[in-house]
Every structure is written in C-alpha cells, then in structure tokens.
Design a protein around this ligand. Structure first.
Ligand SMILES: Nc1nc2c(ncn2[C@@H]2O[C@H](COP(=O)(O)OP(=O)(O)OP(=O)(O)O)[C@@H](O)[C@H]2O)c(=O)[nH]1
Ligand SMILES: [Mg+2]
Length: 326
C-alpha cells in the first residue's frame, strides 16, 4: 500500500470534460511507461472505469459526425488513485500516490443542495492542487455567450475564493482548457486561448489568486483530449446551450490526444520544488518521503522537466514554484 498521498481536485461543471481528462491522463502513462521510467498504476477498479471512459471517447470518433454524447456523467464523487514509482525501483515498499477526486459537475449546478456545494468546497480546500477543467468551445465559440452557462466562471471563482480563504501552505491551480482542438490547429493564433482565459477568469486570476502569490501558483495547460475533431457549430434552445456539433478533420483519423502529460508534469514539478524548499505542513510528509528515495526524486525531476512553457502553455503566477536550481 502506498503511504504518501497527494490530493488533486477536479473542478468544473457537468460535461466540461473532467472524467475524460482523467481517462486520457491515465492512458498516457499506460502507453508510455517505457520511455518515462516512472511507472504509474491504478487499482483495478479505477483502471476499469478509466479504461471504459477512454473507450467511450474512442466510440465518439467512430463516425465522421462525431456526436457529442460519448461519456456517461459521473454520478458519485470518486477517487482515482495514480500510484507512481520508478520502474526498477528496488524494494517497492512505498510509493507516491496522486489521488484525483472526480466530483460530479452537477454538485456545482445552481440548484445543487447546500450539502453538495459544501462538499465540493471542502474537496478543493483540502487538496494540494486543483484542476479547473474548462470547456474551451464554450469559452470561445459564439463570442463566449454560453461560457457562463457551461463553465460557471462566477461560481468557480467564489468556490475557490472561499476554499482558499485561510490557506498558509502552497497550492497549485491548473487551468486545463479541454475541447480546445479547434483553436490549436496549425494556422490558428495560439495566443487567443490564453487571452480568453485571462479575460473570462479575470476576477479569479487577478483578485483572488494574484494576492496569494506567495502561496499559490497558477498555470495554463491545455489538453486536446480527442484531438482529431473540430467544432462545426452548436444546438441551442431558447438561448440556452444544448450541445456541440463536432466533425472529424479526416474521416480515418485515429484519436490524437495531445498534451495529456502536461498537467501531471506541472503537478510533479510543483511537488519537487516543495521538497527542495522543504515546506512544512501539507508537504512535510512528502519531504520525508523523498528524502529517503533519491532515485525516485531524480526520476520525478526528469519527468517534470518536460513541462511546456510556450504559448498556449503559460505560468500565470508563482514562477518560483517551478524553478529548480541544481
Ligand atoms: N471535442 C472534445 N470533446 C470532449 C473533450 N473532452 C471531453 N469531451 C466531451 O465532453 C463530454 C463530457 O465529458 P465528461 O468527461 O463526461 O465531463 P465531466 O466534466 O466529467 O462531466 P460530469 O461527470 O457530468 O461532471 C464527453 O462526452 C466528451 O464527448 C475534448 O477534449 N474534445
Ligand atoms: Mg465526470
């Protein structure tokens, strides 16, 4: 059993793509263990669920007109544990566990019970990192007129504001725009995505996170979950968004997930820096742990050094949390 756990909260309203993002992150490690030398494994139940969600995504692109109804909504909060160790790590007595908490987006719905809302806030406030999953189509299509309905920026802002009110330990906020293939095609201005996030999440970034820069790092790491589709429009009813129309770029294209590793790399880079800075509290166990396992620390450091930093990737604040001198 792993004895060191770090919690990562998945945050976002229903259907933005939280579970899909977890499924492609799991798949990334599953497919690329050889070159990374770090091994990531999940318990059999988590693996079965994430594999099933991944297969749902594959089904989505079987047809040329990819209908956007591939994935089952999450019904209950669920932990997905990603256990990390080094491939040839001797002993394997202990390992590092990243525990992703996937909460149903309906816990954020305006009519969700106070208990559910409070539950979500507690998950965020007790997690070292949060992945704000953003439906990029809603952010940018139609002049962003469905953004508030789909991404609930105001509510997310308030939730983080409350959850981070009294923090004294370092936190990482990862903005992960998904469904972003349409805007990252060759020939598109890659800077538009970051600009839209900064404009739409302005209050969260400048009023809530920026004043806490000593404790809070924030990055933008887009993930193309599917990769081979573009948005051909949407269906709406009485001004309310209903669904996206997606088209494959070429009929025979396979799934072309891009950047699924990036949130993980940033997460691990942030962790290693905590170790180097020898932070207390939430992080102290992590420090004790790595102190004992130099080889794992080195493998983590090498993996984390692959963080992308050029547009559309960006460190919004807390550059020092990611700066490692050797
Ligand atoms: N085009 C495109 N569609 C995506 C992407 N990621 C997710 N989707 C679609 O978005 C839908 C909803 O994704 P989920 O992962 O179930 O969303 P969720 O945030 O977990 O939703 P809840 O469980 O209801 O909170 C899926 O059916 C996918 O078809 C992406 O990167 N690109
Ligand atoms: Mg889900």
């Amino acid at each position: 059993m792993p004895n060191l756990k770090l919690r990562v909260a998945m945050l976002g309203p229903a259907a933005v793509g939280k579970t899909s993002l977890l499924a492609v992150m799991y798949k990334f490690f599953n497919q690329t263990t050889a070159p990374t030398e770090l091994r990531l494994s999940t318990d059999p139940e988590s693996e079965a669920i994430l594999e099933a969600r991944y297969q749902d995504l594959l089904k989505l692109i079987e047809n040329f007109d990819a209908t956007d109804q591939g994935i089952t909504a999450t019904e209950e909060p669920r932990d997905f544990s990603f256990t990390l160790d080094r491939k040839d790590w001797l002993g394997k007595r202990e390992s590092l566990e990243l525990e992703f908490i996937d909460v149903p987006g309906e816990y954020l719905a305006p009519n969700a019970s106070a208990k559910k809302q409070e539950y979500y806030r507690d998950v965020v406030s007790n997690s070292g990192a949060v992945i704000v999953t953003i439906d990029t189509l809603a952010l940018m299509k139609g002049g962003g007129r469905f953004n508030e309905q789909v991404n609930q920026v105001k509510y997310i802002t308030e939730l983080i504001e409350t959850a981070y009110q009294n923090i004294s330990e370092p936190r990482l906020v990862i903005f992960a725009p998904v469904k972003c293939e349409t805007f990252l095609q060759a020939g598109k201005n890659q800077a538009e995505l970051g600009k839209a996030i900064k404009a739409e999440y302005e209050r969260l970034i400048t009023k809530i996170l920026a004043p806490k820069v000593k404790n809070v790092a924030a990055v933008i790491t887009p993930v193309e979950t599917i990769g081979c589709v573009v948005c051909g429009g949407w269906e709406e009813e009485k001004g309310r968004f209903k669904r996206w129309y997606l088209n494959k770029i070429h009929v025979d294209d396979p799934m072309q997930t891009r950047y699924a590793d990036q949130p993980l790399r940033y997460l691990l880079l942030f962790l290693i820096k905590q170790y180097i800075d020898n932070q207390k509290g939430l992080w102290s166990k992590f420090n004790d742990f790595l102190q004992r396992y130099d080889d794992l620390k080195e493998a983590l450091r090498r993996f984390a050094s692959g963080c992308r930093k050029v547009t559309p990737f960006e460190i919004l604040q807390g550059h020092d949390f990611f700066r490692i001198h050797r």
